[in-house]
Write a protein that binds this ligand. Structure first.
Ligand code: ADP
Ligand code: ASP
Ligand code: MG
Length: 437
């Protein structure tokens, strides 16, 4: 069985939804994961924000505008009156639900319930469309099988057991349609896998059902060798191994959710990145195989803060690094990059929720300085120490860019640079010009 995930733009209009239906309906049994239609989750975030601010009329205005968009999609999507009426009824119910929040207290629980509606609507509409086409399809409710634990990590045993139950309850169906992104948490409340999390849903399902392949269908023909939003003339990378893909996703290649490669890697399930707008394009195949001895791609991760801790006697003071890391651990703040010298250590974080507390504690260990608005530029490829010359090529490409930190050797797959956010575009361009032209 294959798992196919279609992102927001891939289901972003009636015409796109029709294309997706045509693409999946080849008679082979599959699980289809859908995101919300593009723009919907952002609108839901805005609606929740109005509710937080007790601005009910603002929320209503936004809800009405979004509903109008869906009414138009329904008018265009369905040809048969019965299915059109069913879809209108479905939309009406979801939007009425969104309006009920005006009367109640608004907390993070209500916010998460609101954010879940986009995927519920898109999958509901898609299923009705497949029914109109006479296809064999069923909705698998993600809220019945997708769950995260106390640490917000996927509960893989629960997911496998419960998706199997859902599949068993619907034998002989050809197309199983399910929601990306949404889940329940440890307490049974509606939650989600973070923005862009539908990719993660697909790989978690792929791992749970031991799929033959996970396909991520989006609006571009695979992982490009640099960020196409900032650099012109980028090209798709035909093959990546799991490690390379995971590094690129984690370090900002938006085409993949940061953690979605891990479940596929652990179960050795190939992941194919494909373009809904050009279904024949080869895209990118992520598997154990890769291009040996070559630099594959560059990505950038925004919103980074660098912290430097200088201690008079770091080298002699064993236990210094442990103390530093324990402070970050106690505030559940992951560290991305680390560089050390005899007198100090520099680390980067992207979660600044507890920055002040962390800094107060670090100051007990030495002199602390902070630089915000930084970006990690990550170069990924087969960078084993034996492949002499690659590092110098990469470093040389950055010769005009002021670099705050360099990290190499943490894996055989990446070299990372920390630069100012204002130098990001220039750095990405310089790397493309020297590495890929
Ligand atoms: P979806 O809605 O299908 O999940 P996303 O917007 O999340 O799609 O991801 C696709 C987008 O990722 C592309 O349109 C592209 O602008 C962006 N992107 C950033 N870096 C890369 C990259 N290295 N290769 C391909 N796309 C990238
Ligand atoms: N709809 C969610 C979002 O916009 C999840 C996703 O698209 O992957 O973040
Ligand atoms: Mg995405």
């Amino acid at each position: 069985m294959k798992v196919l995930k279609f992102g927001g733009t891939s289901v972003g209009s009636a015409a796109r939804i029709k294309d997706v239906a045509q693409l999946i309906c080849d008679g082979d049994q599959k699980i289809v994961v859908l995101s919300a239609m593009s723009g919907t989750t952002n609108s839901l975030v805005e609606i929740a924000d109005y509710y937080y601010k007790n601005n009910t009329s603002g929320a209503m205005e936004r809800i009405n505008a979004l509903e109008q968009k869906y009414v138009e999609v329904v008018e265009e999507l369905y040809a048969v009156e019965m299915y059109k009426a069913e879809a209108h009824k479905l939309i009406k119910e979801y939007f009425e639900y969104l309006r009920t929040f005006s009367k109640s207290v608004f907390t993070i629980f209500e916010e998460k319930a609101i954010l879940a509606q986009g995927e519920l609507i898109s999958t509901g509409m898609f299923h009705i469309y497949l029914q109109e086409k006479g296809e064999s399809s069923v909705l698998l409710p993600a809220l019945e099988y997708m769950r995260i634990d106390k640490n917000s990590e996927p509960d893989t045993a629960y997911i496998a057991e419960n998706i199997a139950k859902q599949l068993e309850a619907n034998p002989g169906i050809t197309y199983y349609i399910t929601q990306g992104y949404i889940c329940r948490n440890f307490y049974g409340e509606i939650d989600n896998l973070q923005r862009g999390g539908s990719d993660y849903t697909a790989s978690l399902i792929g791992a749970a059902v031991k799929a033959d392949e996970i396909q991520i269908w989006t609006d571009i023909d695979g992982m490009h060798n640099n960020d196409p939003r900032f650099v012109e003339g980028t090209k798709p990378v035909p093959y990546l191994n799991f490690e390379e893909a995971a590094e690129l996703a984690y370090f900002g290649a938006k085409i993949l959710h940061p953690t979605c490669i891990l479940p596929a890697k652990l179960n050795n399930i190939p992941v194919r990145l494909l373009n809904t707008m050009a279904p024949k394009a080869a895209g990118t195949l992520i598997s154990l195989k890769s291009n040996k001895e070559s630099i594959q791609a560059v990505a950038a991760k925004d919103g980074i803060t660098a912290i430097k801790i200088k201690s008079g006697r770091m080298l002699l003071a064993y236990g210094f690094l442990r103390k530093v890391f324990e402070i970050f651990e106690s505030y559940q703040t992951p560290i991305d990059m680390v560089t050390t010298s005899e007198v100090g250590v520099s680390v980067t974080i992207d979660n600044t929720k507890h920055l002040n507390e962390i800094l107060d504690n670090l100051k007990k260990l030495g002199t602390v300085s902070v630089d915000s608005d930084q970006v990690i530029i990550c170069v990924v490829g087969d960078l084993q120490p034996d492949n002499v010359g690659f590092q110098s090529k990469v470093v040389n490409a950055m010769k005009e860019i002021p670099v705050r930190m360099i990290s190499y050797g943490g894996s055989n797959y990446n070299v990372s640079f920390l630069v100012k956010a204002s130098d990001k575009k220039a750095a990405l361009k310089a790397l493309s010009a020297s590495l890929f032209s």
